[in-house]
Design a protein. Sequence first.
Length: 228
Amino acid sequence: MKAIILAAGLGTRMGELTRHTPKPLLKLDERTTLLEHNLLQLEGIADEVIIVVGYLREQIIGHIGTSYKGMKITYVIQKEQRGTGDALLAVREYDASAFTKKFILMMGDDLYVRRDIQKCLAFDDAILVQKVADPSRFGVFVVNKQGIITKAVEKPKAFVSELANAALYVFSDLAIFTFQKTTRGEYEFTDLVKRIIKEKQVHAVSATMWIPIGTPEDLMKVRLTLSQ
């Protein structure tokens, strides 16, 4: 199985921490970087990991190499940081078969754990979700009694759902779905997700641990959590 990790972003909200280091290579402890942590969660699950790189990509490529814990590592360059949709388009241009079979998609600057990946893989199509105190800060999903996602709303001003999108996806086949440009000329992944939800039965899987790392404070939270 293939897994795709998006690791091309600038990480500007991390301030000085990412001035000379890409966010995925920030250390969670003395030995392990964020990217290595997520790769370890995929050990024994994926046989190939495609890492989309951009900002300071030479460091990531040099640090991880072309194999990790028995997994083949392939790199796809996102020349300009234009979001998730553009990153996936770069993957499709590199490997047209990448989305024709079941695959895993995860963010390179969020912390995930193996058991959540395994829970998602129990379904043909699934997205990891987590209850949050302030849904207006996240993309959220409406989920029916059967656990199927019926609606996606991006940063709702009025309450819609407390289930935030944890940005870990398992999809069985996206070959029929095309990437469409918005009026801004960008490929919006959120629009694609909405179309997938409409056409497929996508299960919501509750996260046991998910920490998005957007600020230095988030990184400190992760370090504290993992040290306990």
